[in-house]
Design a protein around this ligand. Structure first.
Ligand code: BTN
Length: 264
């Protein structure tokens, strides 16, 4: 049976214990409320984990916003060496998917199937459960992960596209989810390309589908053939195979074109 959620005052000790078991993350900072954990992370040393009780102005990829997490979403940023692998965003998405499943298994003895949508969206039942934002500064890489944990509803504009673990029937404590996330990001931080590729393929929601992508070169439509962590997503178009790099690629979503509302 699911137990009561841990109060935020109890988070530091629990999360520090999670870090103590890590190879790469040695310190954790819990902030009650912040605009963005990515900004707090900029001031932190490499090997830090920043966890927010609430994030009010989170950032998503490509200049999008990430909805206020209230007391229901999980917002975490990790600081890694600047030279971490270029495919870290794919590896972080795998870590977040595994952590979500782990936390559900712990709490409910069953788990949803978390799929990935290139480059780093987490999906359950075709709806967005979470996302990854990787930002690089002069001396470090900041890996931001948002997971919708306990939300029972979303704003109308995104309600059709978003989901949470709770909406999928899994009551999970955010602090437990954060512990699982810390452990999985630690495991995937320096994973080799082939391991990332095979794990991403196993969760890939796009392979075998005809998809429209927004890219730096404009809209590209084609059959998704594969994901190559070193280069990007491989798409078969009428002009032959094209490889779209993760930094400049997102799946075209009709709502993004007609409004300013962002997916959580
Ligand atoms: C996306 O789907 O576009 C990426 C969303 C990333 C959101 C996380 S929440 C923790 C970290 N802090 C932020 O401001 N953004 C990331």
């Amino acid at each position: 049976m699911a137990r009561m959620s841990r109060p935020i005052d109890a988070w530091p000790d629990v999360l520090e214990a999670a870090c103590a078991a890590c190879a790469h993350f040695t310190r954790v900072r819990v902030v009650r409320s912040t605009a963005s954990t990515q900004d707090v992370a900029r001031e932190a040393a490499v090997g830090s984990v920043i966890v927010a009780g609430r994030q009010t102005a989170g950032r998503g990829r490509q200049g999008r916003a990430w909805a206020d997490t209230g007391d229901a979403g999980l917002a975490v940023s990790f600081t890694a060496p600047h030279a971490v692998h270029s495919w870290i965003s794919l590896a972080a998405a795998i870590a977040a998917a595994e952590a979500s499943e782990d936390a559900c298994m712990d709490a409910c003895e069953t788990a949803p199937i978390v799929q990935l949508k290139f480059p780093n969206d987490l999906l359950v039942a075709g709806r967005k459960l979470g996302g990854v934002l990787v930002e690089r500064t002069a001396d470090q890489t900041i890996i931001g992960i948002g997971i919708n944990c306990s939300q029972r509803e979303f704003p109308a504009a995104i309600a059709q596209r978003a989901t949470s673990l709770a909406l999928q029937g899994f009551v999970v404590d955010r602090c437990d989810l954060a512990c699982r996330l810390i452990a999985r990001v630690d495991q995937w931080l320096h994973a080799e390309a082939e391991r990332v590729a095979s794990s991403f393929r196993a969760r890939d929601s796009l392979r075998g589908r005809v998809v429209r992508f927004v890219t730096a070169a404009g809209m590209i439509e084609g059959l998704v053939v594969d994901v190559d962590p070193l280069r990007g997503i491989v798409v078969r178009t009428s002009r032959g195979d094209q490889v779209l790099p993760p930094e400049q690629t997102s799946v075209f979503v009709e709502e993004d074109r007609i409004g300013s509302v962002q997916a959580p």
